[in-house]
Structures are given as C-alpha cells and as structure tokens.
Design a protein around this ligand. Structure first.
Ligand SMILES: Nc1ncnc2c1ncn2[C@@H]1O[C@@H]2COP(=O)(O)O[C@H]2[C@H]1O
Length: 425
C-alpha cells in the first residue's frame, strides 16, 4: 500500500517536489524556532573535546603494540611504508609516540572518551527531545548506557572503514606488482570504497533517527531523513575537501588551522544531522504541523489552505445548506473547524447563533467528555475540517496559542449566551 502510494507520488514528480520543498521549508521553520543551531554548536564543541582523549588513546594503542610486540610492529611498518616510505619506527620515535606515558595515558584516554561520549549524546538527546516532543521520559539507565557506548562504537566503525581502505590499497598494490589486469578490479574497488562508508553512515544515521527519539517516527520517515542526510553530506564533503585542502595548505594557520577545520566541519555535520532529524519529524507529523499552522492564524489563510490541499482534503467534509453536522445529544467523537461557509447553532428553546469561517465547534463536548448539547447545521454550503480526538489533542498539545484562542472563543460564547437574570452575589 505504502509502496503504491510512493510510486503514485513518483509518477507525478511536480507534486512530489512541491511536497518535498514544502516539508523542507517547514523543517527549516522548526529548525529555527527550536534553536537547533545552538545544539549543533554544543555537539561540535564536545566533539572537539573528545579529540584529545582520542589522540591519547591512539598513543596508548601504538605504545602498547610497538613496545610489546616488536614482530607485529615490524609488520605494521612494512605495510605502512608501502604507502609512504617516511613512515618508519624512527618517525614515531621522533613524535615521542613509543615513549608515551603508557597505560596511565591509555586509561585516562578511555575515561575521557567515555565522558565526551556522554556529553555528545546528552546534547543530541536534548535536541531530539525538542525535535520529537513526547510526554514520556526516557529510561535513565538506557539513556546513560546508550550514551556511553556511542562514541566508542563510532570510533570502532571508523577504524573498520580505515582497515577496509588500507586493505583495499594493499590488495591493489599486490595485484599491480603481480601484473594482474586491474581494469575490471579497480572500478569495483573504487566503488566499494565509496559505497561502504556512505552506506555505513546511512545505516548509523537511520538507526539514530529511528530509535533514539522517545516518540519513534517510524521506518519510512527515518529512511527519508537518513537519505537526505547522506546525499547532502556526500555533496558537501566533496566541496569541503577542496576548500579545506586550500586552508590546510596555507601554513600560516598551522595546527590551529586543522583544529578550526575539525570544528567547522563537525559543526556543519551536526547542523545537517539535526536539520534532517527535524525533516524526519515534519514527515512524521506533517498533518499535525499543517493543522497547527492553520489554527495559528486569526483568519483563514486561503493561500495556505490551497498549498496544503492534499493533507487538508483528508479531513475535509462538505455539508449542503440545512444539513445537520452535530445532533444535540450525540456523542463527542470529533471537533470541527469551518474552512468556508457558515453554520447555525440551534438550542431547543428556538434560540440560535452563527458559526463563521475560521471558527471551531464541537469542542465543548470534547473538552468536557460529554455529549453535544446543541444541534449544529449548515447555514449554507460549507467546508468543515473534521478532526478526531487524537488528531485534535495532538494539535492542541503543540500549540499554546490555539489553547488560548479556544479559551477566548469559549469565553466569548459564554458571554454572548449569558443571561444574568439573577444578579451574581
Ligand atoms: N453561542 C454560541 N455561538 C457559537 N457556537 C456555539 C455557541 N454555543 C455553542 N456553540 C458551539 O456549538 C457546539 C455544539 O456542540 P458542543 O456542545 O460540543 O460545542 C458547541 C460549541 O462549539
């Protein structure tokens, strides 16, 4: 069913792109309103902090292996020197790597890494609790367990990709040395070298979008978000490589230049990551968000209604003049909102009131959990949004302005119908 809808959308690309750009612009609005830039900055900063423990950890690993397993380290250097003959044990000695302060640094590195990992995930979780609002809170144990694991897991993944890349190069060199035809193998390897990191990134981002929010957005939406992330990421990476090479080549910046590059790049990646998370949410709750916007304006915004016709059509019912919409005494299953036309409220004593475009009705019974007291019928041909309890409650939950406006509406109707025959004491 879902696939059929997807292909139907694809067969009408114009509509599909319009829908896509509308969602992007909605996501951008929310991205700004939620101030996600600050969260991205926090993540990037913690990322930078985690670099130092990471370097310490690497020092420890090199130190342990180079000192304890000379045979292994010989092998490593044989492999490393295949890439660049300058990489020798002497070079490492020069950097002081093999003389590093041993296990103390290693342990310090691990603790620091876990701590930074906790900080990074803490910021992502905080951002996610804003992007994907939920009533429930996350289980404390789970929250901490995930966050301690995420950076080491990412680290291991990066190492694996690194290992793949170097293995690829080694095999490649080996084949070349043995005069084996590379014409077919080379493109295959190159494709694998491109696809492997991209698909790993895609899977990681997908799992985070799919499972990290307390209120889970569903598979299809998480996939869309992860895909958007990877496409923009891959595109900007190729631009960034060129730009950053230029900056790094400029020796005036030195080491500081590399740090600035790491900071700028991780800030950008986190911005993109949170933006795409917001896009996942927009896909997930697009109906609610559109209704939310619709109810935020004082008058009916006809352009907005027109733009979001596809979504609103799902909820719209047309009533002919004199057709009854609410029968007095009937159960309160829905709340209604007039998009066009006008309606009449009738009380059993013959009194009546008018409900105009842009007004809500049926909310009294819903809020009080009792049957509708009055009958409502169309005064002319009218288009009405019919929202069930769940949809209405979700719109109300995310819209404090709407709650206030409903209160105003209720007060106004109360005042209109107030009959102060007896003075209030
Ligand atoms: N004085 C009024 N003017 C306009 N609408 C009203 C007035 N009184 C009641 N209504 C609406 O008519 C609806 C009838 O069903 P409910 O009682 O659920 O909710 C009621 C209000 O939304």
């Amino acid at each position: 069913m879902r696939f059929r809808r997807f292909f139907k959308e694809l067969s009408n690309p114009e509509k599909y792109f319009l829908d896509f750009f509308q969602k992007i612009s909605l996501a951008y609005n929310f991205f700004n309103r939620n101030e996600l830039r600050n969260h991205a900055a926090a993540c990037a900063y913690y990322m930078l902090l985690s670099l130092i423990p990471l370097v310490l950890l690497l020092l420890y690993i090199f130190d342990t292996f180079l000192n304890r397993y000379p045979a292994f380290s010989d092998d490593i250097f044989t492999v490393l020197s295949m890439f660049n003959e300058k990489i020798t044990p002497e070079m490492f000695e020069k950097f002081g790597i093999s003389k590093a302060a041993g296990s103390a640094i290693g342990i310090f590195g691990i603790f620091n890494l876990l701590f930074s990992s906790r900080l990074i995930l803490g910021s992502i979780q905080r951002a996610f609790s804003i992007i994907f609002p939920a009533e429930k809170k996350r289980n404390f144990l789970l929250e901490n367990a995930i966050s301690l694991g995420i950076l080491p897991a990412a680290f291991i993944l990066v190492l694996l990709i690194g290992v793949f890349n170097s293995t690829k190069d080694i095999i490649y060199k080996y084949l070349e040395l043995n005069n084996i035809n590379l014409e077919i193998i080379q493109p295959l390897f190159n494709a694998a070298a491109l696809i492997l990191p991209a698909s790993t990134g895609f899977v990681i981002v997908y799992f985070i979008y799919r499972y990290l929010p307390v209120r889970k957005p569903g598979t299809g939406n998480a996939l869309k978000g992860a895909l958007l992330f990877m496409v923009i990421f891959a595109g900007s990476r190729s631009v960034a490589v060129v730009v950053f090479k230029h900056i790094a080549g400029n020796t005036a910046y030195g080491l500081l230049g590399s740090l600035i590059i790491v900071l700028i790049w991780s800030y950008f990646v986190f911005l993109l990551f949170l933006f795409c998370a917001q896009y996942v949410f927009v896909n997930f709750r697009s109906d609610i968000l559109i209704l939310n916007r619709l109810f935020s304006d004082d008058d009916i915004n006809t352009r907005f209604v027109q733009m979001n016709k596809k979504v609103l059509e799902k909820y719209t019912q047309t009533f002919e003049a004199d057709e009854v919409i609410i029968e007095s005494g009937s159960g309160a299953d829905n709340v209604y909102y007039v998009i066009s036309g006008g309606l009449e409220v009738l009380d059993p004593d013959g009194g009546s009131a008018y409900i105009k475009t842009g007004e809500m009705f049926g909310e009294v019974a819903h809020l009080m959990c009792e049957p509708h007291r009055l009958t409502v019928k169309a005064a002319e041909r009218s288009e009405v949004l019919v929202l069930d309890r769940e949809v209405f409650d979700n719109v109300l939950r995310g819209n404090a302005d709407l709650a206030k406006r409903i209160m105003e509406l209720l007060c106004r109707r109360l005042r209109d119908s107030q009959d102060l025959k007896e003075p209030v004491v």
